[in-house]
Design a protein around this ligand. Structure first.
Ligand code: AMP
Length: 415
């Protein structure tokens, strides 16, 4: 099978790497460190299956355009991608479907938005309605900061048009969990759960980012939790989508909080998470190309299976990320890192400079994934390899998966 992966980040590198176990893979546009990268636009690539990585082209209808040409596509059409393209629409759909999630209201005017904020208890949660590359969410204990954020977003100063409508939510507490589910329009099968780290700094301090690391499996998120999330959240959501006439074929990514009242959906994404893909996909024991082709054809037959190994990914970010990442810093040590046993380096924000050197070219530059028989072993491998890589201003968190690594591994809990 020949598979075309659309995108050029760490998630697409992970997809290409794991698809490449059984398929011939082309990545468009890819990046200089992803093998098989081509400049040809997806519509002009000849492939048996198209896998669209990022949310923006999905929201923009790329999957529809490819399907209209008769191609087999893994990724929802623009109708289903609204789940991620509009948080307000997503929240309405969740309410219709009876899916547990945080109470909320949407606003286009600052006055009523601030009045609603004043009725809530901390933490205060203010989100852009539209896409903001994972950075449109403020969670704060300060009402003053939340009010200022409402002004910034609604004025268009912070996120342009994506922020001209805001969603304000009740603040939830509890551990977070990411569950990626493969859907064929009717059936849905979960992949292994993962946990990601959204804040830039150790100890979950500092601003939100696209994600600074992840691990899988998640101790405490065994088959019982996955079953509950499928029953209470994913299946009702897919039923509500079908009721709207939406044939959802792709990944439904449920961002969950395990609250004292049970799991609640914080958000849905319409694609593989980044960096969740970099820990979940390498653990697959199943033929990924076959799984995604079945889903794309509306004919999902086999659930995926996973190796008993754990995976930990550490994201290496550029100087200045997330506010103003600096580009153009030469990267060294990649080959040394990749030669560590059980380690794969996935490339995201990289480019080649005029001298042919690999340089930084985005906020999140690399994700270093380590696999091993336990989370602790995988973590040690990821950090040992990350330590080989250098550029000016390189930053990464030192506590990815640290507390999970110190918990006793319950093998029965690792789906
Ligand atoms: P989102 O982009 O919607 O996933 O939000 C980014 C991060 O903000 C989440 O991973 C949570 O850590 C946090 N967050 C979002 N919504 C809430 C909420 N209602 N209560 C508490 N934290 C939240």
């Amino acid at each position: 099978m020949r598979v075309c992966v659309v995108g050029g980040g760490g998630r697409e590198h992970a997809l290409a790497h794991v698809l490449g176990r059984t398929a011939e893979v082309v990545v468009t546009p890819g990046n200089p460190a992803i093998p098989g990268s081509v400049a040809t636009p997806p519509e002009a690539v000849d492939a048996d299956l198209y896998v669209v990585g990022p949310e923006a082209p999905l929201v923009d209808g790329l999957a529809d355009r490819l399907r209209a040409q008769g191609r087999l596509v893994f990724g929802p059409g623009a109708d289903g991608a609204r789940l991620e393209g509009s948080k307000a629409w997503m929240k309405e759909l969740l309410a219709t479907a009876g899916v547990p999630s945080a109470g909320h209201q949407a606003f286009t005017e600052a006055g009523p938005a601030k009045a609603y904020l004043a009725t809530l208890a901390p933490p205060y949660v203010v989100k852009t309605d539209g896409l903001a590359a994972g950075k449109g969410v403020l969670v704060t204990g300060s009402l003053v900061e939340a009010e200022a954020d409402v002004e910034d977003k609604l004025s268009g100063a912070a996120f342009g048009a994506a922020g001209r409508r805001v969603v304000i939510e009740e603040g939830l507490t509890g551990p977070e969990l990411s569950l990626l589910v493969v859907c064929d329009g009717t059936r849905a099968v979960p992949l292994a759960p993962a946990q990601d780290f959204k804040r830039i700094g150790d100890g979950d301090l500092g601003p939100n980012t696209g994600g600074m690391g992840a691990y899988s499996p998640v101790p405490g998120a065994g088959a019982d939790v996955v079953d509950l999330v499928m029953d209470r959240a994913v299946e009702p959501t897919l039923a509500a989508l079908r009721a709207e006439g939406i044939d959802y074929r792709g990944v439904l990514y449920a961002g969950l909080m395990l609250t004292p009242d049970g799991p609640k959906v914080i958000e849905y994404n319409v694609r593989f998470g980044d960096p969740e893909a970099q820990v979940v996909l390498p653990r697959l024991d199943t033929d990924l190309a076959d799984l995604l082709a079945q889903a794309a054809a509306g004919d999902l037959r086999d659930g995926p299976s996973f190796t008993g190994d754990a995976a930990v990914a550490v994201v290496l970010a550029a100087e200045g990320y997330p506010e103003a990442p600096r580009a153009g810093d030469p990267i060294t040590g990649l080959d040394a890192a990749a030669s560590h046993p059980g380690v794969t380096v996935f490339a995201a924000g990289v480019a080649e400079d005029a001298r042919g050197r690999l340089v930084t070219s985005g906020g999140r530059v690399l994700a270093v994934t380590g696999t091993g028989s336990t989370i602790a072993a995988a973590r040690d491998r990821a950090y040992a390899a990350a330590g080989e890589i250098h550029w000016a201003g390189l930053q990464y968190r030192t506590d990815i998966a640290a507390s999970a690594a110190s918990e006793p591994q319950n093998e029965k809990e690792a789906p």
